[in-house]
Design a binder for this molecule. Structure first.
Ligand SMILES: Cc1cc2nc3c(=O)[nH]c(=O)nc-3n(C[C@H](O)[C@H](O)[C@H](O)COP(=O)(O)OP(=O)(O)OC[C@H]3O[C@@H](n4cnc5c(N)ncnc54)[C@H](O)[C@@H]3O)c2cc1C
Length: 467
């Protein structure tokens, strides 16, 4: 095997493998180096396993609520080993799919631990010994991230009573009184899953003053209301001060003096980049709090005659989402091939939360527009006015923010059933800089949830239908 390739990528998660796919499709000889399994966090620990869990939680919630639809069913609890098997099957099929796509495209997959020697060279420790791999056009760092620990007394993760998402997807039994610290995507998704699995009491703790704090104020409030209504204990502005483990559970004490007890503690306070102990510092890569610093083309600033070093995915300080890393992977492969590429507008990448109700958004929040002094109009169309949502007994809304007096759409925020799918339309509206009147020309299929998007735009365009 050659030890020099046009494109060399370290890390085969979504950022790394998407870059490898595109580089190979563009005719580049490509090497992808991975120490574990192709697919990385998203496929083995993140997006896919957690959504399989949430799908099961939804089935369980439907079983618990079936009577109200006139359906006789009963919920007798979770068979967690069976759920883990279901999840593993989905992961396995997708894993095989990515592996065979790499093979079909002629990407050389090298199993081993990579270390940066200089801007364009990696030394890879494989089972057969050390290999030195050099990039001619692009060396891409795509080493991803890992869960952040909670830096307070007693909160060391043990994988049993105190866990992260990595352990939660292998739970042998459904927790009865789980405590979740951190109310961003991972936290609200697991809180939802635990509720579906039939937990007696769920406590969700967030240090900031709102759950899903990066989101639009109305989305955050709607989700908070829904969680509370379902019996979840939601604590915001609550800073954890100490964690104590006992034989039958965990106690979490807050700085306020409050404390809560549970059978398991899930630490979901975010992730940190994987950038240590791989020679990045010595090779001159600029790091900021562990993140690799890049420009708008994902270049690290290190280059050589005819080539450059890049970084993509969770190791750079952009959106920690798989589809953001896909977009970065493609951008890098095309830039390295000399194509004209447009820097990514990160506000145009949908943010998605698969809690129930789901939450998704694209563009600016109301808070951001106010801070920037942008004048805007807004309309909020409630799911309670949408026939399809009523059948799903779904709460939620679609909120659209647009420039004052008919200006372009600046933000779309959806809470409710299928928000994560519906936002795909919002993504096109936002990125194509549509006006509400452009969208209002197209009447949405009836009865669908998508009508809520149409109705909000109809209102903004001064042509309301049902609202
Ligand atoms: C619980 C959870 C749920 C999530 N759900 C979603 C979701 O629904 N939608 C979404 O868009 N995003 C979701 N995410 C985020 C998403 O998983 C990440 O944004 C994405 O996986 C980042 O991809 P990456 O390629 O940057 O890194 P990773 O997927 O982490 O891949 C990095 C790879 O590099 C390898 N590596 C690291 N160092 C070396 C080395 N020195 N040598 C060789 N190999 C190395 C690692 O083994 C790993 O396979 C979720 C994350 C979590 C934790």
């Amino acid at each position: 095997m050659a030890d020099s390739y046009d494109v060399v990528i370290l890390g085969a998660g979504t950022g790394g493998y998407s870059c490898a796919f595109r580089a190979a499709d563009l005719g580049h000889s490509t090497a992808l180096i991975e120490r574990e399994k192709v697919g990385g966090t998203c496929l083995h620990w993140g997006c896919i396993p957690t959504k399989a869990f949430l799908q099961a939680a939804e089935v369980a919630e439907h079983a618990q609520d079936a009577d109200s639809y006139g359906v006789r069913a009963s919920f007798d609890g979770m068979d967690m080993p069976a759920l883990v098997k279901f999840k593993n099957r989905i992961v396995e099929v997708n894993y095989k799919g990515v592996e065979s796509s790499l093979k079909a495209r002629g990407v050389d997959l090298i199993t081993g631990v990579g270390r940066l020697k200089d801007a364009r060279t990696l030394v890879v420790q494989t089972d057969e010994g050390e290999r030195t791999i050099t990039a001619d056009k692009a060396l891409v760092l795509a080493t991803g991230s890992k869960p952040r620990g909670l830096p307070v007394e007693g909160a060391e993760v043990d994988g049993e009573q105190i866990i992260t998402s990595d352990h939660a997807i292998y739970l042998g039994k459904a927790p009865q009184r789980p405590i979740v610290i951190g109310a961003s995507a991972v936290g609200v998704e697991f809180a939802t899953a635990f509720r579906g699995f039939g937990a007696e009491q769920i406590t969700l703790i967030e240090a900031l003053d709102a759950i899903v704090p990066q989101e639009d104020v109305d989305s955050s409030r709607a989700l908070h209301r829904d969680f509370r209504r379902s019996g979840m204990k939601v604590m915001v502005g609550a800073t954890v001060h100490k964690v104590e483990k006992g034989s039958d559970g965990v106690r979490v004490s807050m700085e306020s003096g409050d404390s809560v007890e549970g059978d398991i503690l899930l630490v979901a306070i975010g992730r940190r980049p994987v950038s240590e102990d791989m020679g990045l510092d010595d090779a001159g890569v600029t790091l900021d709090q562990g993140y690799v610093v890049v420009d708008e083309y994902c270049r690290t600033g290190l280059d050589w005659e005819g080539g450059a070093q890049y970084a993509v995915g969770d190791v750079i300080p952009t959106l920690g989402l798989a589809h953001a890393s896909f977009q970065e992977g493609f951008l890098v492969a095309e830039h390295a091939a000399g194509q004209r590429v447009t820097p990514i507008d990160y506000a145009g990448i949908p943010r998605v939360y698969y809690c129930h109700p789901e939450l998704a958004s694209v563009g600016s929040t109301e808070q951001e527009l106010s801070e920037q002094g942008v004048e805007f109009d807004k309309r909020l169309f409630p799911y309670s006015h949408n026939a399809r949502a009523m059948m799903m007994k779904g709460t939620g809304h679609v909120k659209v923010l647009a420039g004052k007096h008919g200006g372009r759409v600046l933000g779309i925020h959806i809470v409710g059933a299928h928000a994560t799918d519906l936002i795909a339309e919002g993504q096109l509206i936002y990125n194509w800089e549509a006006l509400p009147s452009d969208v209002a020309q197209f009447i949405h299929p009836h009865p669908t949830l998508s009508e809520a998007i149409g109705e909000a735009h109809l209102q903004l365009a001064g042509r309301p239908l049902h609202g």
